[in-house]
Write a protein that binds this ligand. Structure first.
Ligand SMILES: Nc1ncnc2c1ncn2[C@@H]1O[C@H](COP(=O)(O)OP(=O)(O)OP(=O)(O)O)[C@@H](O)[C@H]1O
Ligand SMILES: [Mg+2]
Length: 263
């Protein structure tokens, strides 16, 4: 067993700015206390992610993927270790500062879409801007632009129950993009979708990535991971593999080979 020296001097970790990394984590650990037992959800994760990367994270259920994503997304704090987001040491920030960074720099997409049911696609997309000082007119314009980006201009006034699963996920993507984040975090975004709709969602991700957005995607499906540029496999709270995807699949090409519902 190696012992971790929590008093590691700050200068032993290279600054993210000098390395050009967008995300830099060093010996990240997360323990959950469950009654008498302690769950070691992350057991020393070290990695860097650079601007423009498209990373797929795989691994068995319980291997720590969501725990890792929640820390990257500033929804949760690590028990120990360092997390630099664009050179800012996130571990030292207050809850309020974390919320601001989350709102400005991070877009989230979840498996369950997490849309507000009694709110239209447009209003759902506007939500992240309610916390900023955007005026009503700009808010609506930007939300419409984001919906346009995901091909849903004509569904702006629909409620989630009036949209297909794929369309709901696209609203969630529009909502994640509306504040122009630096990084898009997607935790099993295709988990509830059929295979064609999954590839349609990935096609949007590849388009966003081509225009410079950094994406980290958790998936259980090896086929989906092959659309990314880099594949990381977690096991028992640690990184087991971290490989370049030599020839990523191209979603727009794959879609041509897949049947549509209309047949
Ligand atoms: N709030 C919590 N309290 C206690 N234990 C937790 C908590 N959240 C997660 N865990 C435990 O931490 C470990 C990692 O969980 P995590 O949700 O990160 O796994 P995962 O890789 O996302 O799994 P899945 O593929 O099923 O989504 C699991 O053993 C889980 O039971
Ligand atoms: Mg999970």
């Amino acid at each position: 067993m190696t012992t971790v020296n929590s008093a590691t001097p700050a200068d032993s970790v290279p600054a993210a700015r000098s390395s050009g990394a967008l995300v830099e984590v060093h010996d990240l650990r997360k323990n959950y206390q469950l009654g008498e037992t302690e769950v070691h959800a992350l057991r020393g994760v070290t990695l860097s992610i650079h601007p423009g990367d498209f990373v797929a994270i795989m691994g068995a259920s319980g291997s720590g993927k969501s725990t890792f994503m929640n820390i990257l997304g500033c929804l949760d704090k690590p028990t120990s270790g360092r997390y630099l987001l664009e050179g800012t040491d996130v571990s030292s920030l207050t809850k309020k500062e974390l919320a601001r960074i989350r709102n400005q720099k991070i877009g989230f997409v979840f498996q369950g879409f997490n849309l507000l049911g009694r709110t239209t696609a447009l209003e759902n997309t506007e939500l992240p801007m309610l916390y900023s000082k955007t005026n009503n007119k700009d808010r609506e314009r930007r939300a419409r632009e984001a919906l346009d980006h995901v091909g849903l201009s004509d569904r702006a006034d629909h409620f989630p129950s009036q949209l297909s699963g794929g369309q709901q996920q696209r609203v969630a993507i529009a909502r994640a993009l509306v504040n122009l984040p630096r990084i898009l975090l997607a935790d099993e975004p295709t988990g509830n979708l059929d295979s064609r709709t999954s590839v349609e969602v990935i096609e949007i991700f590849q388009r966003l990535n081509a225009s410079g957005l950094t994406i980290i995607l958790v998936t259980h499906e090896p086929d989906i991971a092959q659309f990314a540029k880099r594949e990381i496999v977690f096991r028992d709270g640690q990184i087991r593999r971290d490989d370049v995807v030599e020839v990523p699949r191209v979603a727009s090409e794959v879609l041509k080979t897949m049947p549509t519902i209309e047949g």
